[in-house]
Structure formats: C-alpha cells, structure tokens
Design a protein. Structure first.
Length: 395
C-alpha cells in the first residue's frame, strides 16, 4: 500500500501482539498466570487480552524491545508481531477530478432530497430494487468496522441498532470522520420516501468504531472489533481498511470469525495496480471486492489481483453523510458496501446460509463483464437479482 498514513494518537510504535500455542491461554479478560508472568519478566507492560486469537497486545519499552525475539522463541508462543496501524482506503470526491484525497466529515455536503427518494445507480445496477418484494434483508445484522455512524441521520436512525466505540469505550460509536456514515447508507439506508435508499433497507446496522477521526486504527483494535462481532452474533461484517503485509494475528481473527458464521466483506484497496489487493481482503476467507464504474469498466483506482472475488459499483456513489447530508464518493469502500448489502438481501431469504454458501451464491449469480480479466472483476459484477432468482429455484 503506497503512502501509509502515520499512526494515530492511540498507536504506540513499541506495541506487540503475542499469540499463544497453549489452548485456552486467554479466556475473556484473563491470561494464564504463568504466561502473564512470562510477559512481565520480559519487560511487557500494559498487557491487554485478545481472546479471539488466544493472545494479547502489550507494550515493550524501547530498552527491552530486543526481548521480542526471546519472547517469540518461547515454546508456548506461536507468534509475535508489531501492532501495526491500519487505515481507511482514501476515497475520491467527484467534484475534485482524479486527485486522491481522504474524506473528512462535513466536506462536500449536498442538501437532503426533500419530497423524493433516489435509488443510487449502484443499488440499481446490482439489481437490488428488483428483489425487494422478496427480500429487504429484514433483521440481518450487518456490522460496519469503520469510523462509526451518525445516529441522527434520518436515513439511518431506524436501522441503526447498536454498536461499540473501541477508540473510546466511554463514548457512543458516533462518526467523527464521515466514512462510516457513507458506507452505512449504501448498505441499508431506509426506504422512507426521502433521501436515498440502500441495498438492503430492512437490515440492522451496527456501528463498530475501530477507526478514529483520521480514519486510523491498529491491528489489535480490528481484532477486538471482530471479537465483538462474533460475541454479538453479527451476520455480515463490512471492512474498508487495510495493511499491505499479512498478519498472523489478523488472519487468525478472520478465520475464527468466519468459522463462527460471519460473512466478511472487504474492499480490495485503492492502489490502482496489478497484484495490489491489501489485507484483510487478500485472505481467502474474505470476499474481496473490486470497483467498477457506471460504464462497467474497472475503476482506475481499484486494486486488482487473484484474491478479488467479485466486483461492484464503486464510483460516484451517492449516500449518507453526517449532519443529515448526502455526498458522492468513489472507492472500493463503496463497492464493498454494495456487496455487504447484497449479502444481507441473500441472508434475508436463505436465513442461516454459511459464508461458503453465500460466496458460492454470489459467484453463481455474478455478471461477467466483457473486457475485464478475472483479476480485475473476480467472478464478475454482483447481481443480487440473479442470485436470489437462482436461490428461489433451489439451484
């Protein structure tokens, strides 16, 4: 990933994630005493459990950082890695031409559409409006691991059912950046005869705030977010951030999340190059989503590679923004949101479908776009109308 943003205020360069081999080394907020004492003996401070991955995150002061190798060599330790920063993929604003910029809350506001409701072009392109008589994703729980969601937006309030602020657990998961609110609208803006309508207008949204007002977080924060999603029975998890290197801890968290029955959807990235899909999208367990434009062409910013599973609309996406406003943004974040909404529609019909079945159904119904390679579009453009039609025929 080019131009990784510098760490946010909550990131400590000396933090390490430690994974244990011993089963049950970490249960809830408890670490087995002999392992706790091992970490303390090696100089670890501020030890915080990561039960989903049977590990901890801890600080290693600079004077004892060399002991990380000794820690990794212990027979009960499976891996030691840096608690790296993660960041949102920057998005394009449609009024600024080809310049890549990070979105900030309050930028490029558009007035609410009073007295009429718009079906954004991407929602229509994947055939979502055609299946609403059969499924609106009613009651499907979609978690957005992002910057939070504006709870007062009239197109989101009815569908926002909860969440958590992992940046500051004492505060609600409100959006102080803007990205999460935009993603939420594409997934499940309500059908209320005003504003916009999302792909799955009956789905339940959960704001899992793991990214700060600069769109930055850490691997440990994401692992904690995934743990919350598993504990609270999320059906779909949407992620629009990444790192450019694999992480054993993140992969373990993703694997266990999928094993728990959560379908994980992630943006492929906005590097605009071949073989550039970022993590977590690059993991086999994740539905990695590339972005196409209004002309069924690959968006110039979209990452591509063999890890891409499907493509979805990702340009000039009109959706919700903080302060009861609407903006058009472009990025693979927008494409991933379309797919998360499509998964909610599918689960609204199939109910208990497991993540493998969900992916198989999406692939079966996808529309192969001429002129695009499999590394650019995966199985093709998600077409939830074709997917649900096949599901109803029990194919």
């Amino acid at each position: 990933m080019n131009g990784l943003w510098p760490p946010g205020p909550g990131y400590t360069s000396g933090e390490k994630i430690v994974l244990f081999r011993t089963p049950g080394a970490v249960r809830g907020n408890l670490v087995r005493p002999h392992l706790w004492h091992l970490l303390r003996r090696l100089g670890a401070q501020d030890i915080r459990p990561l039960p989903l991955v049977n590990g901890v995150v801890c600080a290693l002061p600079s004077q004892v950082r060399a002991r990380a190798a000794e820690m990794a060599a212990h027979p009960e330790v499976a891996a030691v890695e840096d608690n790296l920063p993660v960041r949102l993929f920057p998005v394009f604003r449609d009024d600024l031409g080809p310049r890549l910029v990070p979105y900030r809350a309050g930028a490029l506001k558009r007035p609410a559409t009073e007295g009429r409701q718009i079906i954004p072009w991407g929602v229509a392109r994947i055939g979502a409006h055609l299946v609403w008589p059969q499924s609106r994703g009613a009651g499907v729980k979609v978690a957005l691991i992002d910057t939070g969601v504006d709870p007062s937006h009239p197109d989101l309030a009815a569908n926002l059912r909860g969440g958590i602020n992992l940046i500051n657990p004492r505060l609600p998961a409100n959006d102080d950046h803007g990205h999460g609110t935009h993603v939420a609208g594409t997934v499940a803006a309500v059908d209320n005869a005003a504003g916009v309508v999302g792909v799955a207008p009956g789905a339940h949204l959960y704001a899992v705030k793991a990214l700060d007002r600069w769109g930055r977080g850490t691997l440990a924060g994401v692992i904690g977010a995934l743990d919350w999603c598993v504990e609270h029975g999320m059906d779909v998890i949407n992620m629009s951030f990444g790192v450019d290197a694999p992480s054993p801890a993140l992969h373990a968290a993703i694997t266990r999340t999928v094993q728990a029955g959560c379908t994980v959807v992630a943006a492929a990235g906005n590097d605009g190059r071949r073989r550039s899909v970022d993590y977590p999208a690059a993991y086999a367990e994740v539905i990695a989503v590339a972005a196409v434009d209004e002309h069924d062409q690959l968006a110039g910013f979209s990452s591509r590679g063999p890890e891409v599973k499907v493509a979805a609309p990702g340009t000039k996406t009109l959706s919700t923004a903080p302060d009861n406003s609407y903006v058009r943004l472009s990025g693979t974040s927008m494409a991933a949101a379309h797919v998360s909404g499509a998964v909610a529609l599918l689960l609204g019909l199939l109910k208990q479908a497991d993540p493998r079945t969900v992916l198989q159904r999406l692939v079966r119904g996808a529309e192969v776009l001429p002129g695009l390679s499999s590394e650019e579009q995966g199985a093709g453009l998600v077409r939830i109308d074709r997917t649900l039609h096949a599901a109803q025929r029990n194919e």
